[in-house]
Design a protein around this ligand. Structure first.
Ligand SMILES: [Zn+2]
Length: 128
């Protein structure tokens, strides 16, 4: 059990924030919540959560871990839709990382859709 602050940046403890979603104790209510949980899953190495929340029509067969990559921060910069009553949502974010000691950022606008009542990640645009 990780009791430190959640990597997704809400300031909540991991186990009451994205940890709930990672261990299947809760489902994301909004697309942003799912996006944060997917970032946090990359950060803590729970690639199974990343895979499970990826639309079956677009997800890779496996997700290879990159041990050199250390995720260091998340900033959500725009949210369109993705609310409790929506079927689709877009979340744009900037994720910071270091890799082999070199700092970098990934900016992506992710598209989420509701599938069988649950939010899933469909695809992301990184040409922003
Ligand atoms: Zn979180």
């Amino acid at each position: 059990m990780i009791t430190v602050e959640c990597p997704c940046g809400t300031g909540e403890r991991y186990d009451v924030c994205c940890g709930r979603l990672h261990r299947g104790a809760a489902q994301a209510v909004t697309a942003e919540e799912l996006m944060r949980s997917r970032y946090a899953a990359y950060a803590v190495g729970d690639l199974d959560h990343v895979w499970r929340t990826w639309h079956p029509g677009s997800r890779p067969d496996t997700i290879e871990p990159d041990p050199a990559l250390i995720w260091s921060g998340l900033e959500v910069v725009d949210v369109v839709g993705g609310g409790p009553d929506d079927e689709r949502g877009e979340v744009e974010f900037v994720a910071s990382f270091t890799r082999h000691g070199q700092a970098g950022q990934r900016r992506e606008r992710s598209v989420f859709v509701r599938r069988r009542g649950r939010w899933v990640y469909e695809w992301g645009d990184t040409n922003l």
